[in-house]
Design a protein around this ligand. Structure first.
Ligand code: FEO
Length: 399
């Protein structure tokens, strides 16, 4: 694949990773991903924004060679994570005059992570501008979109926001641009859930910070470029808001069918009360889809059998994940079957300290659910329906 021209004199020169299926040894990537790198040619200076994951260094250098790039003056590091910075060392060796332009925090991290020497850096302050001759870029420090050192780069005149992880999606596509592809929207929402949701208030602040800019294109460093910025900006505004949907997410696991029977009964009871349900069988489910569902679901029900006196380990994995991702879930509870006792409920509660949700009455059942147990699940469905009525949301939920 060749470099892709975004605007006259501006090219996407990174790499598409069609086959990657796991990120950070944690995040499933059903649609692959890309490591976007952008070359901006000014009348006096040439600037590169972010690099690529190290295995794709050859792709980046091939694109630069193909464009006849003999020298690079500046390499902007919007983020120190290695999927964007990992090729900096080899790039600096290849372009000995290039300087790494970034903020002080990111510089320190790049020195620690990649052993980039101090003299190769040009450290900028928040809102500082850099002239390329007939083009000017401005740097805005935007912490916690994904790490504490993250920043974005705004190209004046053309109105392009180079946002790195912010607004990104793990979505491999040969098309450079997207304008309203629902698959990209879904991938971006999932990406938000996995990467940004734990820092929702920081994301809100950063959305406010970039709001005054005249943004005509958003060029993230993962996934397609947004030629219609409102497409993704409106999504982010919704995801970071306090709004939750009339919807229940049930991550569940069952060893011999008792907890599964409880999940089926509760699901039917909720649906009959006008509440959409997303059950995730944790033995087969994609945890990225679970994370995405948690972006705006009002209620979480963890359904687990008791195994060796504790929640099933697959349920604990989901609980730990939920706690790390800090969704805005308003109500939470636990249901499940046990054989002879244990501390399942206590352990789940203790492992959700970051969830600011009201705990609804759990339903823990000895053995297979009986008539009175199903009645308890009906009461739980009533309690959830009552809470959801306070949202004022119409039945049916959202995407
Ligand atoms: Fe795409 Fe946080 O790196």
């Amino acid at each position: 694949m060749t470099a892709r021209e975004m605007l006259p004199g501006i090219f996407e020169v990174g790499a598409i990773d069609w086959d990657r299926r796991l990120f950070d040894e944690l995040i499933p990537l059903p649609d692959g991903t890309s490591y976007n790198s952008y070359l901006i040619r000014g009348s006096e200076k040439t600037l590169l924004i972010d690099t690529v994951d190290p295995p794709f260094a050859g792709t980046l250098f091939g694109h630069l060679d193909g464009l006849g790039v003999r020298s690079i003056d500046y390499v902007v590091a919007n983020h120190a994570e290695q999927d964007h910075s990992g090729t900096l060392g080899t790039l600096l060796a290849r372009y000995p005059m290039a300087r790494v332009v970034t903020n002080a925090k990111c510089r320190d991290m790049l020195k620690d992570l990649l052993l980039i020497p101090e003299e190769r850096f040009l450290v900028i302050q928040d809102r500082e501008k850099l002239s390329l001759g007939d083009r000017t870029v401005e740097f805005l420090i935007t912490p916690w979109v994904h790490w504490p050192e993250t920043m974005v780069t705004y190209l004046h005149g053309d109105g392009v926001l180079f946002s790195c992880d912010f607004f990104g999606s793990h979505y491999a596509a040969s098309e450079l641009f997207t304008e309203g592809n629902p698959a990209v929207y879904g991938a971006a929402k999932r990406y938000y859930a996995e990467i940004m949701m734990p820092f929702r208030s920081s994301v809100q602040e950063n959305l406010r910070k970039i709001a005054p800019l005249d943004i005509r294109i958003i060029a993230p460093s993962h996934g397609p470029v947004y030629r219609n910025p409102e497409f993704i900006l409106s999504g982010y505004r919704d995801w970071v808001s306090d709004r939750v949907e009339n919807r229940v997410v049930i991550p569940w696991v069952s060893m011999h069918g008792s907890t599964a029977a409880m999940v089926r009964h509760l699901t039917d009871a909720l649906v009959s009360r006008g509440i959409p349900v997303q059950p995730f069988n944790l033995t087969v489910s994609d945890t990225g889809e679970l994370a995405k569902a948690l972006v705006d679901a009002a209620t979480l029900v963890v359904a687990t059998p008791t195994t060796l006196f504790s929640p099933h380990p697959k349920a604990m994995y989901a609980v730990i994940l939920v706690n790390l991702l800090r969704p805005k879930t308003r109500w939470v509870t636990v249901i499940g079957s046990y054989g002879w006792g244990g501390k399942t409920l206590q352990i789940v509660k203790e492992n959700l300290p970051h969830l600011k949700a009201e705990l609804l009455e759990p339903v823990m059942v000895k053995g297979y659910p009986k008539k009175e147990d199903l009645a308890a699940l009906d009461r739980l469905a009533d309690a959830i329906a009552g809470r959801h009525r306070t949202l004022g949301a119409p039945a049916g939920g959202g995407s």
